[in-house]
Design a protein around this ligand. Structure first.
Ligand SMILES: Nc1nc2c(ncn2[C@@H]2O[C@H](COP(=O)(O)OP(=O)(O)OP(=O)(O)O)[C@@H](O)[C@H]2O)c(=O)[nH]1
Length: 310
């Protein structure tokens, strides 16, 4: 108790200064701190006496938060509206602590703002949890678009990217090429080496195809069991053919032995290929079917080859 402090005032002070929330008061006319709880020193390291003006408060805020928070708090206070703001406050050690400031605007009988009183809460832990949750959500979303076996995009992701790129090609008038791959004689590969080796084989094929796709917008996906697709936005027929040839070379370089293949000792793939210049009336599904028919032709013409749309 300070010398002339009445007992209940001392009680309030004890209550205020023993909470984890940090109380403060700002005199509106002078924009100076009339009071800040001593707990602030434990949290941020700055002594209560060093909190003199509103500028001290703003200066000890993360630069990325400062304008947003200061402008918001000033405009809310001017309008006499109670408010809350989250921001990172600087510690004397140079770190930042997430604070939630809960502000009550005190007005006189005429409605003029007299002072601001509030509490600062340390919400660092909550923010860290939020951040972790957000990261987890992103990882989950990322996983939901990946094929579990090979790690490349899955069919769901491909469908979404394909529709988006189709519309983009319609808008820009750029070509859109599509390659479809099917592993040759894969059933006999499984029969010969077993499903575990078969799975490993699909992973190696996926890696090989991925190596042949160089541009950032190229999208490789596992389309079905032993089928892959590679979408090549912006690629015309001749660049698509070059990529298709590179894919076959990469698969050959992977050197996957397939002793039972009637085509030799190595695993091969068949490729269907198409290039579209999608007009507004054109149908994306029809183009997929056309390329799928090319793949079918490649299979029936003997496999280990590329067949393209006319
Ligand atoms: N190991 C493994 N095998 C798979 C997977 N998905 C599909 N398959 C197998 O892939 C084989 C595909 O066989 P088919 O469609 O008859 O074709 P193929 O033997 O490759 O013959 P062609 O395509 O005509 O050259 C089937 O035996 C499927 O069981 C998978 O995830 N792992």
């Amino acid at each position: 108790m300070t010398p002339h402090e009445p007992p209940e005032s001392a009680l309030y002070r004890t209550l205020l200064e023993s909470t984890r929330a940090i109380p403060w008061k700002i005199d509106w006319a002078t924009a100076t701190f009339a009071y800040i709880g001593p707990q602030i020193e434990d949290l941020l390291g700055w002594a209560p006496t060093s909190w003199r003006t509103v500028q001290d408060w703003a200066d000890r805020m993360h630069p990325d938060d400062r304008d947003r928070v200061v402008n918001f708090c000033i405009s809310q206070s001017q309008s006499g509206v109670d408010h809350e703001a989250d921001y990172r406050a600087l510690t004397t050690g140079g770190d930042y602590v997430w604070i939630r400031d809960v502000v009550h605007v005190v007005r006189d009988l005429q409605g003029n703002v007299v002072s601001l009183v509030g509490f600062m809460f340390d919400i660092t832990e909550r923010k860290q949890n939020e951040h972790q949750l957000l990261q987890l959500q992103q990882e989950l979303q990322e996983l939901s678009f990946r094929d579990g076996l090979t790690g490349v995009n899955n069919r769901r992701k491909f469908d979404a990217v394909y529709e988006r790129e189709w519309q983009e090609a319609q808008r820009t008038g750029e070509p859109l090429s599509l390659l479809m791959f099917d592993v040759d004689f894969f059933k006999s590969y499984n029969d010969q080496y077993g499903h575990v080796e078969g799975d490993e084989c699909l992973r190696r094929v996926a890696r090989a195809l991925q190596q042949a796709a160089h541009r950032p917008r190229d999208c490789l996906a596992r389309y079905g069991g032993e089928e892959f697709v590679l979408l090549l936005p912006g690629a015309d027929a001749s660049s698509a053919r070059a990529v298709a040839q590179r894919c076959m070379q990469e698969v050959a370089h992977a050197g996957i032995v397939h002793a039972a293949s009637p085509l030799g000792q190595q695993l091969t793939v068949s490729v269907g290929m198409g290039t579209a210049l999608p007009g507004t009336q054109d149908d994306s599904k029809r183009f997929l079917e056309t390329v799928d028919r090319c793949l079918y032709r490649a299979k029936h013409a003997g496999r280990n080859r590329i067949e393209a749309t006319a």
